[in-house]
Write a protein that binds this ligand. Structure first.
Ligand SMILES: Cc1cc2nc3c(=O)[nH]c(=O)nc-3n(C[C@H](O)[C@H](O)[C@H](O)COP(=O)(O)O)c2cc1C
Length: 135
């Protein structure tokens, strides 16, 4: 099975989860500035909301996908919203790339909120989630 992990992280929160997922599935976590160069069965794609949207870098990455992707598994960190799924889903639909029902999301520190998140327990949960997805 060919697996890839891509993420966008301004402050490092989503990066922590990306690295936990990547380690669990045995690949390297790369940023969305690195396009996919070969077909993948599963793409773990990480992002966070900023002012009710995802960063343009993530949008650019999705629109630039020119390989076959079996499915995208969304993961995200956020301060308030449940996840970034609604933003990602829409962009993937335009490319006819399936998105998995399952996703991983957890709180990410922002200003005075959620200090220390994602924490070790979030990272463990993300790793466990990823192992289940590929099993
Ligand atoms: C400028 C800015 C805007 C944000 N807007 C939102 C938002 O609209 N909804 C939300 O749930 N979280 C919001 N957050 C919180 C981030 O999504 C959260 O801290 C996330 O973990 C950041 O991930 P990162 O460290 O990987 O960039 C915002 C954070 C920043 C810095």
């Amino acid at each position: 099975m060919n697996i890839a992990v891509r993420y966008y992280s301004r402050g490092g929160n989503t990066k922590k989860i990306a690295e936990a997922i990547a380690e669990a599935v045995g690949v390297e976590a790369k940023t969305v500035s690195e396009p996919l160069s070969e077909d993948v069965d599963i793409l773990f794609l990480g992002s966070a909301p900023y002012a009710f949207d995802i960063d343009d870098e993530v949008k650019k990455f999705i629109s630039g996908i020119h390989v076959s992707v079996g499915k995208v598994v969304n993961f995200s960190t956020s301060a308030a919203v449940k996840s970034t799924r609604k933003y990602i889903e829409k962009l993937l639909a335009e490319k006819q790339i399936p998105i998995a029902e399952e996703e991983f999301s957890c709180r990410g520190a922002f200003a005075m909120l959620h200090k220390g998140r994602p924490n070790e327990s979030d990272q463990k949960a993300a790793a466990e989630f990823a192992r289940k997805i590929i099993s």
